[in-house]
Design a protein around this ligand. Structure first.
Ligand SMILES: Cc1cc2nc3c(=O)[nH]c(=O)nc-3n(C[C@H](O)[C@H](O)[C@H](O)COP(=O)(O)OP(=O)(O)OC[C@H]3O[C@@H](n4cnc5c(N)ncnc54)[C@H](O)[C@@H]3O)c2cc1C
Length: 321
């Protein structure tokens, strides 16, 4: 990992394995992850483009789902893994995720003849503005630019405008970042207002109720400052699958108990991470020039140690049997 200032000066570089033998970073393209997971299932197990329009409880205790194409489904168990704007979470009484004051542009730079970058995570820290990039394949480099904004702003989907705005933010920053952004195909560039939801005990609804359970961002939207949102969604899935299989095999544990047990096991992991990610984001988005100078010239080069910062990534949810 390499941390630079906006003039390209290297502030610090780490090798993950030097800090902790168990550490590594794997950058995975979302499409590849989804295809890999789906390929493990029977061909017709996943039905795509099934947008949920309505959800309600039936008199028999089942959950009725209505899709936008009019399809109606009656389910014994519903696993709501429908992301930060989850209609399932809303129906269960969860509050809307809260905007945290910064937005991120993201994209995948494409190099048809092979990308030239070393397999390193690169961060560049400015004032109220930071960026990063990391190769995800021999031809693709993921990048982001995170910036302060008092409001989430209007939804913009024109990729030309998005790219122009992202470039404008980092115009005089290291040229390798700018060229990755320039080489980003239109369909991979997006702008996301960053949000989270703190699951305060006794205030927030439980993760499950009446055979409906939440997984991933639908339950615990967190800011991406620790790079743990998708990791936690995968951990949730492993734990939930284990609990459900246990209930089905044992015959003594009910599905409701299994879902409750999933919520209790996962909460101590995801609640502190959500808060920590929020605090880390606030520190990294500092704008004050003196504070940023102390951060870049003293805290990062002299004080920061990677091991303790990445300690949360050592979590082991154990493999599925
Ligand atoms: C800038 C940024 C950088 C990030 N970096 C990292 C990182 O480095 N590492 C990491 O682990 N995480 C990272 N994350 C977080 C990560 O993207 C999310 O935590 C992760 O995608 C959550 O997975 P999910 O399956 O819960 O939700 P999603 O990936 O959002 O998937 C939800 C799915 O539900 C579908 N859906 C939505 N509404 C409906 C509906 N009404 N009916 C049916 N389906 C619906 C959507 O189409 C989508 O397929 C980052 C996030 C951001 C914004």
């Amino acid at each position: 990992m390499v941390v630079k200032s906006v003039d390209g000066r290297e502030l610090r570089s780490f090798r993950f394995k030097d800090e902790d033998e168990g550490q590594e970073v794997r950058a995975v393209e979302r499409r590849i992850l989804l295809e890999t997971l789906a390929s493990e299932l029977p061909p017709d197990a996943v039905q795509f483009s099934s947008k949920l329009a309505k959800i309600e409880r039936s008199e028999t205790g089942k959950t009725l789902l209505e899709l936008v194409d009019g399809t109606q489904l009656s389910a014994k168990i519903v696993i709501g893994c429908d992301g930060i704007r989850s209609p399932v979470a809303k129906w269960m009484g969860f509050s809307e995720p809260k905007y945290v004051g910064h937005c991120a542009f993201r994209g995948l730079g494409f190099y048809p003849n092979g990308q030239p970058h070393q397999p390193k995570v690169n961060y560049i820290y400015g004032r109220g503005l930071r960026a990063g990039y990391v190769p995800v394949s021999p031809t693709k480099v993921y990048w982001f630019v995170c910036f302060n904004s008092p409001s989430p702003g209007p939804k913009i989907s024109d990729p030309f405008v998005l790219k122009k705005q992202a470039v404008e933010l980092v115009r005089n920053w290291p040229s390798e970042l700018l060229s990755i952004i320039e080489l980003t195909p239109d369909d991979t560039i997006i702008r996301t207002p960053l949000v989270d939801r703190w699951l305060w005990p006794a205030v927030s609804p439980p993760a499950s109720a009446g055979g409906v359970v939440l997984v991933g961002d639908a339950w615990h939207p967190m800011t991406p400052n620790l790079g743990q949102g998708a990791c936690c969604a995968l951990e949730d899935s492993v734990v939930l699958a284990r609990k459900l299989v246990g209930a089905m095999k044992s015959g003594t544990t009910s599905v409701e108990d299994a879902l409750r047990s999933y919520g209790s096991e996962r909460w101590p992991r995801i609640f502190p991470l959500t808060i920590r990610a929020n605090f880390v984001g606030s520190l990294l988005q500092w704008e004050n020039p003196i504070v940023c100078s102390v951060r870049n010239n003293f805290i990062i080069p002299k004080l920061v140690r990677l091991g303790p910062i990445l300690e949360h990534t050592n979590f082991d949810c154990e493999p599925l049997q």
